[in-house]
Design a protein around this ligand. Structure first.
Ligand SMILES: Nc1ncnc2c1ncn2[C@@H]1O[C@H](COP(=O)(O)OP(=O)(O)OP(=O)(O)O)[C@@H](O)[C@H]1O
Length: 320
């Protein structure tokens, strides 16, 4: 049985003024952050935003150029041995020995820790019972990710770092990993994860920091971040004029509609954030009709963290 006991009296992670530059690339550009015990905290952002560099500095794998890192009230300069015993890491890619079995791999990792859970419990937690005697080289991508998770858990860590835990997994394997993370959260562990999947951050994280160009550009709970978009719904459409001349529509006519909170035009697609679809959509249609426009595309969706990123940067996360 897992037995993490978070200390409620101090942050599990505290970052102050963190900077890291690689040659001429500023990877981390002044990050301040506190993560509370028991929290599942997400670093979210496009490729190259600085998530991995930030998490690797936290893990003691990369030295910052400047700034302070405190984990569980300890730091890497003076408490490295103790920290290694108390945190769990899942790196973006883990190279296991292909010839070892799942059980042998976990025995090896368990031997690194003075205390922890049994190999048996770690196999059970990661639902790898059927694969205990399989060589690592024969595991599927999802099973390898679960093995990496089991290795991160075998020391019974208070604080768990997961770098893109579900990247490259099929939808079912992702859901299985989410279920495992739910169980770890219920046990009160502090989890810090990076992801570029919006749905993953929304589903798993108590709070999320959205990163871009080495900075945190927004930080809050997913519902509050999404509420910051201004409307619960996003309406997207493309329009052309009936006489095929000009499909443009004056944004002021759209933002004047009651319940339309904002308008953006990207690559010919109008994007409106809207409070209530059933009142706003008929009015959008009548504005378009009054301008002699007809719709080429029209879709709506509930606002997501992706829309928060677009609202803040004018770019899509996936464009990077
Ligand atoms: N060891 C390194 N040497 C040189 N540049 C690096 C190194 N590590 C990271 N970078 C650069 O720093 C920037 C931030 O990279 P980082 O991997 O932290 O971003 P990320 O948000 O984790 O992206 P991804 O989602 O693609 O992993 C990028 O421009 C990257 O190319």
């Amino acid at each position: 049985m897992l037995s993490a006991k978070p200390q409620a009296d101090r942050p599990s992670l505290m970052l102050r003024g963190l900077h890291k530059t690689f040659a001429d690339v500023v990877a981390v550009n002044g990050i301040d952050l506190e993560v509370t015990p028991g929290e599942c905290f997400g670093l979210l952002g496009p490729n190259g935003a600085g998530k991995t560099t930030t998490i690797e500095i936290c893990e003691g794998l990369t030295a910052p150029d400047s700034g302070d890192v405190e984990l569980l009230g300890l730091n890497w300069r003076t408490n490295a041995d103790e920290l290694r015993q108390r945190i769990g890491l899942q790196l973006q890619e883990t190279q296991f020995s292909e010839k070892l079995t799942v059980e042998e791999t976990l025995r090896l990792f368990r031997s690194f820790f003075h205390r922890g859970i049994t190999v048996e419990d770690s196999i059970k937690t990661a639902q790898l019972e059927e694969k205990r005697s399989a060589r690592v080289g024969t595991l599927s991508g999802g099973q390898k990710q679960r093995l990496a998770m089991a290795c991160a858990l075998v020391g019974d860590p208070e604080l768990l770092f997961l770098d893109e835990p579900t990247t490259g997994l099929d939808p079912q394997a992702r859901r299985n990993l989410w279920d495992l993370l739910d169980r770890l959260k219920q046990e009160g562990r502090t989890i810090i994860l990076t992801t570029h999947y919006m749905d993953e951050a929304e589903r798993l994280c108590d709070r999320v920091a959205i990163m871009d160009h080495g900075r945190i550009i927004a930080l809050d709970t997913p519902p509050r971040l999404i509420a910051s978009v201004g409307g619960e719904h996003i309406v997207e459409f493309a329009a052309t004029s009936l006489d095929n001349r000009n499909g443009s529509v004056d944004p002021a006519l759209l933002t004047a509609i009651d319940g339309v909170e904002s308008h953006r035009l990207t690559a010919g697609i109008h994007q409106l954030s809207v409070r209530e679809l059933h009142t706003a959509v008929p009015k959008i249609f009548s504005v378009l009709a009054s301008q002699g426009l007809h719709l080429d595309e029209f879709r709506t969706h509930s606002a997501t963290l992706e829309d928060v990123f677009v609202g803040l940067t004018g770019r899509n996360l996936r464009d990077e």
